[in-house]
Design a protein around this ligand. Structure first.
Ligand code: C2E
Ligand code: CA
Ligand code: CA
Ligand code: CA
Length: 278
């Protein structure tokens, strides 16, 4: 057993080494990717229920690697958080999204999305002067502060550091704050008393199985009540079916996002009305 244990231990360390090596390699390749334009942005509609018109869009980063092909942000964003590259990448993301918003507003007028949301990681939020960078980007792009939504996770805000102050500074600029993946962290409700929040993005896990009577529906109902009671905007994430959309509408949700309404795309079709709730 002792021998087995140490072999087990060696294999575990080797796995750790592999993972550290892989992350280091990915970091180096990210640097190259940033310098050679391998990153781009896509935008997913956030629609109004029940009719399904696009109201907002969420910006999502994409990496097309020359050999690896498509690399998921779920894989490279955590690596970029670790090695700090997210600070530079995140600023590019913010600039690109704000510039895109202004172009759409000029091209599509009333059909353009009213707001654009940008995901901001813990590392960015804790970077000294982050709010000042946001202010500068807004100024340079001609983007009105109150049309920008910054999406942060509960974990990022509660990770300590200066994140809470950064959120307050952003809010003071007029930027809207969204709590992403809401309900999956440890102290979701307490956080609503600590930081100025405008939007609750109700996590996909509560939307899944919503139509099967049970816990999911109870929680989704409680979350919309909290949101309405505090005067916030709730967005249901990861809506994949017409049944889910109909149930969310019945529960009082006014905003939804998910493959049922539209995939993330470089140029979403703002003139098309998405599949309405039946
Ligand atoms: P997130 O912020 O929760 O983004 C939502 C994710 O759910 C996106 O995955 C989106 O494509 C996916 N999604 C949307 N609708 C549906 C649906 O109906 N069903 C399913 N199964 N998935 C749906 P994506 O783009 O792969 O991003 C994954 C995560 O990577 C994001 O989760 C976010 O945490 C991070 N991320 C993506 N883009 C950025 C970025 O620009 N900056 C930062 N800091 N993080 C980002
Ligand atoms: Ca998000
Ligand atoms: Ca989310
Ligand atoms: Ca997520």
């Amino acid at each position: 057993a002792k021998e087995g244990g140490s072999r087990q231990h060696r294999r575990y360390s080797a796995d750790l080494d592999d993972r550290a090596g892989e992350a280091a390699l990915l970091g180096v390749e990210m640097r190259t990717g940033m310098d050679t334009g391998q990153f781009r942005m896509v935008y997913q509609p956030i629609v109004a229920l029940p009719e399904g018109n696009t109201r907002y869009v969420e910006s999502l980063v994409r990496w097309q690697h020359p050999e690896r092909g498509f690399v998921s942000p779920a894989e490279f964003v955590p690596v970029a958080e670790q090695n700090g590259l997210i600070v530079e990448l995140g600023e590019w993301i913010l600039r690109t999204a704000c510039a895109q918003f202004v172009v759409w507003r000029d091209q599509h007028g009333v059909h353009a999305p009213q707001r654009i949301s940008v995901n901001v990681s813990a590392r960015q939020l804790n970077e000294p002067g982050f709010a000042a960078v946001v202010a500068e980007v807004l100024e340079c792009s001609g983007m009105p502060a109150d049309h920008l939504i910054v999406e942060v996770t509960e974990t990022a805000v509660f990770g300590g550091g200066t994140a809470v102050q950064a959120v307050k500074d952003l809010s003071a600029l007029g930027v809207r704050i969204a709590l992403d993946d809401f309900g999956t962290g440890h102290s979701s409700l307490g956080l609503l008393q600590t930081v100025p929040v405008d939007v609750l993005k109700v996590d996909k896990s509560f939307v899944d199985n919503l139509t099967m009577a049970g816990r999911h529906a109870v929680i989704a109902t409680a979350l919309i009540q909290v949101s309405n009671g505090l005067g916030l905007t709730a967005v249901a994430e990861g809506v994949e079916t017409a049944e889910q959309a109909a149930e969310l509408h019945r529960l009082g949700y006014q905003y939804a996002q998910g493959f049922h309404f539209g995939q993330p795309a470089a140029e979403p079709d703002f003139h098309r009305t998405a599949v309405a709730v039946v």
